[in-house]
Design a protein around this ligand. Structure first.
Ligand code: TRP
Length: 347
């Protein structure tokens, strides 16, 4: 059996480098290999509403922004089925039946949800929609029979939850659903690219992002403000590479040809790291190098994005076509689901 792949993003802001290394790159590889039956990318607007229900306009506006980022990095509507979550109403049906298979305490144990709750300050009045979004995420995956879900490691608890629901469903009602598998990025530093402050994951709410759409000046300014080694005061001082954001980024983004092109006095990252550790290599030099690399990566993405942005109607058409197709599949599958449960009265 060929794979059915599904993944998605909440449209709450433009996509950034963390998204790029954590998931977009992997998606491009999958797309370009082309060894799948179907590849869905969902814009999870309903899920975004679970903690933005008071700001629908923001979510709505970001559907377009996220779609522009997808196309800008090279995801191709001929190879990928893009759709909008809220426009596939069957997903709420799946969710409703899956709710019976999950307990409140199980939902409260989800480590990613726990982290998010801490950040969000719901003050003990947790909206049910937010607490149960992992159940709706199970619906997103199973409504399309997806067996592969490429995600960042913060999404592993969601996939685990999905697997549990699938097992419960199959045990109760007979084998109907497929247990999905997560695929993670291959570079460990990409799992959660740290923000430019070096503190935590790159995240819009922490204001530590480099966006795919950033202009050259913004990129340069952000790179030069990056957290390095606070004890590396004079160029001659030995510097720490561990936990030094610039080196974390170089681990992720630099390739041998970048040295030839931008920093020919070093042959490899190991050599650069050794010099920095020893002392005698200033932060400016490594920041300049990283800036060159990121500028080169982001320039074509930014330019393509501007081109696509000239024609929003064409973008909406891509989403419309993809959503209609997704609806058909989800509809067929919800009938199968209900038939397994024995709540098919009229067929
Ligand atoms: N939870 C994902 C995120 O925060 C978005 C998402 C919604 C998703 N449904 C999904 C990802 C299904 C993979 C599969 O970005």
């Amino acid at each position: 059996m060929k794979d059915i792949i599904l993944t998605g993003d909440r449209p709450t802001g433009r996509l950034h480098l963390g998204h790029y290394v954590g998931s977009l790159k992997r998606r491009l590889e999958i797309q370009n290999k082309g060894e799948y039956e179907k590849f869905y990318i969902m814009i999870a607007d309903s899920q975004a509403l679970t903690d933005n229900f008071g700001n629908v306009q923001k979510v709505r506006d970001n559907v377009m922004e996220v779609m522009l980022d997808y196309l800008a990095v090279g995801l191709d509507p001929k190879k990928v089925n893009f759709f909008i979550q809220s426009e596939v109403s069957e997903l709420t049906e799946f969710t409703f039946y899956y709710m019976n298979l999950v307990t409140l305490s199980r939902l409260e144990r989800n480590p990613t949800v726990k982290d998010e709750l801490k950040q969000k300050d719901f003050n003990n009045s947790i909206p049910m929609g937010f607490l149960t979004y992992p159940v709706s995420q199970t619906a997103d995956i199973t409504a399309f029979n997806a067996n592969i879900v490429p995600v960042g490691d913060d999404q592993l608890p969601m996939i685990e939850q999905a697997r549990e629901i699938v097992r419960s469903f199959n045990n109760l009602y007979g084998k109907t659903l497929i247990e999905p598998k997560a695929v993670l990025p291959d570079n460990e530093n990409s799992y959660r690219l740290v923000g430019i402050d070096g503190k935590a994951k790159m995240s819009k709410s922490l204001n530590n992002c480099i966006y795919l759409s950033d202009e050259p000046d913004e990129i340069r300014q952000k790179v030069f403000s990056m957290y390095t080694d606070p004890d590396h005061i004079h160029v001659q001082d030995p510097g720490k590479v561990e936990g030094n954001t610039v080196f974390t980024y170089l681990d992720v983004f630099s390739r041998p040809e970048h040295f030839e092109k931008f920093l020919p006095e070093y042959k490899s990252l190991d050599e650069l790291k050794a010099h920095y550790s020893r002392g005698g290599l200033g932060d400016m030099k490594i920041k300049k190098f990283l800036n060159e690399i990121l500028q080169e990566l982001l320039a074509p993405i930014r330019e393509r994005r501007k081109e696509f942005a000239k024609n929003p109607d064409a973008i909406m058409k891509i989403l419309y076509d993809g959503t209609m197709e997704a609806r058909e599949v989800a509809h067929e599958n919800v009938i199968k689901l209900k038939t397994s449960m024995g709540i098919n009265y009229f067929n």
